[in-house]
Design a protein around this ligand. Structure first.
Ligand SMILES: [Zn+2]
Length: 181
């Protein structure tokens, strides 16, 4: 099979991703010179280089973050870009990235609230293995221990689009329940 798509260039990368890279403190000069070094050792394929940068950002974020909320927020930004790239540019399902994205949103929600929450699953009709979970509720602590969305079995053509939303819990007097420590 021949690849009729034009090979992407460093120009394409700069045009499409520079504003994202800048939010992580990189400038155009950094990216260009890093690519020059990288392609000698690995390949001149821009997609591979971009994927490498995404993974580098994840590692750096894990190594350097001092604030837990900032750590999850930055991870979410990176995984959103990774998901878009895999699905829109490469045409892959990338359910493992959807999983990472949902996981970081879940952890961020748990860390940033002092209320007790339930997780509500939102799914799509075009996935047979996920659709029975539609609207089901689970205590957030349970979902943090064990994910409830079966990402690997999702049959949706464009990739799993199931997400978690959150619901505050109230006691019998209709007062919001605070998180127990
Ligand atoms: Zn699904």
């Amino acid at each position: 099979m021949t690849n009729t798509k034009k090979r992407k260039s460093i120009k394409w990368l700069i045009a499409n991703y520079m504003s994202f890279f800048e939010t992580f403190g990189m400038n155009e000069q950094n990216i260009r010179s890093y690519y020059q070094e990288w392609k000698i050792e690995f390949s001149d394929n821009i997609n591979d280089f971009l994927w490498h940068i995404f993974n580098t950002l994840l590692n750096e974020n894990a190594a350097q973050s001092n604030d837990v909320l900032g750590f999850y927020k930055r991870n979410i930004e990176i995984y959103l870009q990774m998901l878009y790239f895999r699905r829109k540019i490469e045409g892959k399902k990338a359910n493992e990235i959807q999983n990472c994205l949902n996981r970081n949103k879940l952890e961020l929600k748990f860390e940033s609230t002092d209320l007790e929450l339930n997780v509500v699953v939102s799914t799509t009709k075009d996935c047979d293995s996920c659709k029975e979970l539609e609207g089901k509720e689970f205590p957030i602590r349970e979902v943090i221990k064990n994910d409830v969305i079966p990402y690997e079995n999702c049959t949706r053509e464009q990739g799993c689009a199931c997400v978690y939303s959150f619901k505050t819990l109230r006691d019998k007097n209709d007062v919001l329940i605070r998180k127990s420590k």
